[in-house]
Ligand binder design. Structure first.
Ligand code: HEC
Length: 160
């Protein structure tokens, strides 16, 4: 029995630690932040603006070229004056608004894995509870806010 005590205590503290961990997750509503607006996909598009917000294209053009926010230039060419360096992993986004409707663009920016499950493009407004092992800074967060996503979409919609 003397030997068993430490074992029981160890087991108990493990299960307590585990239980409190589970509580923390439950508090976060399955990893969703309180201000997360669920969206609906139909015909490979999201028709309704996120949270009903209106985007602003000038702010959007700043977000797409900001390496700390959209960082779209890491993978896409965009017609932004003064930008020489850009990535070519994704297709150039010039003329994107003549190829895709705003609703189709919205799904690509929000979570393009709904179209291509193997895509390496980050889902900028993916349901945070679906993000697999996010970095600490992104735990329970979307990569961009709903307003930032709508700003980016408003900017892309000008690229005809
Ligand atoms: C890590 C690289 C990467 C980053 C960063 C990235 N994308 Fe993409 N994107 C891609 C790839 C690759 C595709 C091609 C489609 C696919 O893989 O599913 C794509 C496709 C797209 C498409 C559809 C293009 C078409 O012609 O059908 C849009 C729109 C788009 N991205 C917008 C953006 C915006 C806006 C940002 C920044 C907020 C961004 N992407 C950031 C890699 C990236």
């Amino acid at each position: 029995m003397k030997i068993l005590y430490p074992i029981i205590i160890t087991l108990l503290s493990f299960s307590i630690a585990h239980a409190s961990g589970a509580e923390q997750v439950a508090d976060k509503k399955d990893g969703q932040p309180d201000d997360y607006c669920p969206w609906e996909m139909a015909d490979y598009a999201i028709a309704e603006p996120l949270c009903g917000l209106v985007g602003e294209s000038q702010r959007g053009s700043e977000i797409v070229s900001d390496s700390g926010r959209g960082n779209c230039l890491a993978c896409h060419q965009l017609p932004i004056p003064g930008i020489e360096a850009y990535g070519t992993i994704g297709p150039p986004l010039m003329g994107i608004a003549s190829r895709l409707s705003t609703a189709m663009i919205r799904l690509r920016v929000v979570d393009t894995r709904n179209i291509n499950p193997m895509s390496i493009m980050p889902g900028f407004y993916r349901n945070p509870s679906l993000i697999n092992r996010p970095g600490k800074a992104y735990l329970g967060r979307t990569f961009l806010t709903a307003q930032q996503v709508e700003d980016v979409i408003a900017y892309l919609a000008t690229l005809k």
